[in-house]
Design a binder for this molecule. Structure first.
Ligand code: ARG
Length: 455
């Protein structure tokens, strides 16, 4: 007999049972479900809605059930639908009919909303700490590369020389915003829905503030219909995860390019790469590729939930059960991605000579030559044209900017003096960019100091 079977005269169709059941994924909410039930139970007793001895019996039973689940002893049945029914049914089995009092003044609608809030709050904190861990790995890798000069790119064309540390640190700041965004989302996950009942509140003299205090919620939903219908906090988590994965995917793309033979800037460690079943020479950047690839499913999970929610009238609809698998999958995907990335970054080897050669053999100091003319009084637009001509000449003659002589510079503009030649080496371009947030070593050191203060 089902817990809700009273008004039914027929068995549920077996396929319907299987189709509507969520137990095979929502068992992941068991810990939250039981903690929530315990808080509810204590409150019912404190408000005189049930007797204290009844509450004590239930609390002891719930503790045992929690241990059983942790030991993997609970068997899951589609006929019992979800984790809420499994726990309640087991409680009644263990302590008898008094277990049936647990659901007083409560519905599965506010119960599942509570479980989801508790789960998301827990996972926001876990995500934030994994983000910190990755940020630390970025700082460590940056600090090991304070004198590694490489081409900075725009349009994937060599643009201006930068420190490898500077390029890496750009990701630190993306992840910093991600971490702040997740933690900001915590505020909205921190509203207690329990006490909303099915949708309209309850006739029992409950004390929601007490449950909030017991479970560590900062606020209460002020509208029972909103309380059971709201999945904004899940959508927010999924959006934050989507943006995080978008950032990791961009980092993946950089690493994959740099690790290619064509760039040859870095070598990923053997422990973080895999081989080919046919080509003996291959060493593939699978981790970076999969992080980039898994970004697709995380973005899909966000869109999936928004699409489920957009058509729902108030209040609870069974559609909302679809909020779980995408969330669980997202949590698992970002956790493993963050963990692997932190470990992988710490082991990358850089080829400083290759990076330097890539930037020295090019025109990456062109802007600095133009800036020189500007300091001599030429309007920037004219300076741009003068240096553009010099670059054109080098292209035709297959030479580099560093190969130009003082005479050739002076021929292009009489404003050039011998000192301009000193601007051409890439390390000079880097050293000159001392503006706040720039790539000069001093500016990057300052950046690192500010970054460390945030961890
Ligand atoms: N398994 C359900 C879910 O995840 C729990 C809530 C069910 N409520 C209901 N009225 N059928 O959404």
């Amino acid at each position: 007999m089902k817990l809700w079977g009273g008004r039914f005269n027929k068995e549920t169709d077996a396929l319907v049972e299987e189709f509507t059941a969520s137990i095979f994924f929502d068992h992941r909410l068991a810990e939250e479900d039981i903690r929530g039930s315990m808080a509810h139970c204590k409150m019912l007793a404190a408000c005189g809605i049930i007797a204290q001895e009844e509450a004590d019996t239930m609390l002891a039973g719930l503790t045992e059930i929690s241990d059983e689940i942790k030991r993997g002893e609970m068997e899951f049945f589609p006929s019992l639908e979800d984790i809420h029914m499994h726990v309640e049914k087991r409680l009644i089995e263990k302590i008898g009919p008094v277990g049936g009092k647990l659901h007083t003044g409560r519905s599965r609608n506010d119960q599942v909303a509570l479980d989801m809030h508790m789960f998301v709050k827990k996972e926001i904190l876990a995500t934030a700490s994994l983000l910190t861990n990755l940020q630390e790995a970025i700082i460590a890798t940056a600090e090991a590369n304070m004198d590694t000069v490489m081409p900075g790119y725009t349009h994937l064309q060599r643009a201006q020389p930068v420190l490898f540390a500077h390029h890496l640190m750009a990701y630190f700041w993306m992840l910093q915003r991600d971490r702040e965004r997740f933690l900001d989302g915590y505020k909205r996950a921190d509203w207690l829905p329990l006490g909303a009942g099915a949708l309209a509140g309850t006739t029992f003299p409950i004390n929601r503030e007490m449950v909030a205090a017991e479970l560590g919620f900062a606020k209460l939903y002020e509208n029972s219909m909103d309380a059971v219908s709201d999945r904004d906090f899940v959508a927010e988590y999924l959006f934050n995860a989507s943006l995080l994965m978008t950032h990791l995917s961009r980092l993946s793309e950089d690493l994959i390019l740099w690790n290619s033979a064509e760039f040859g800037f870095i070598t990923l460690d053997d422990a973080f790469t895999t081989g080919s079943s046919i080509m003996p020479q291959k060493k593939n950047p699978d981790v970076a590729e999969l992080v980039r690839g898994k970004t697709g499913r995380v973005l899909g999970n966000l869109l999936g939930l928004l699409t489920v929610l957009k058509g729902l009238p108030l209040a609870y609809n069974k559609d909302m059960q679809e909020d779980k698998e995408g969330l669980f999958d997202t949590v698992d995907t970002i956790k493993v991605s963050l963990t692997l990335y932190a470990a992988m970054l710490r082991t990358i080897a850089t080829d400083k000579e290759r990076m330097y050669a890539a930037v020295a053999g090019d025109f990456a100091s062109a802007t600095d030559l133009a800036d020189y003319l500007v300091r001599k009084g030429l309007p920037f637009r004219d300076a741009h044209a003068v240096v553009g001509k010099l670059v054109g000449k080098c292209v035709v003659e297959k030479r580099r900017l560093v190969d130009l002589s003082e005479a050739e510079l002076r021929e292009a503009s009489p404003l050039f003096e011998a000192e301009a030649l000193a601007l051409l080496p890439p390390e000079a371009c880097v050293a000159a960019r001392t503006s706040r947030g720039g790539t000069a070593r001093s500016a990057v050191e300052e950046q690192l100091t500010r970054a460390k203060a945030l961890l």
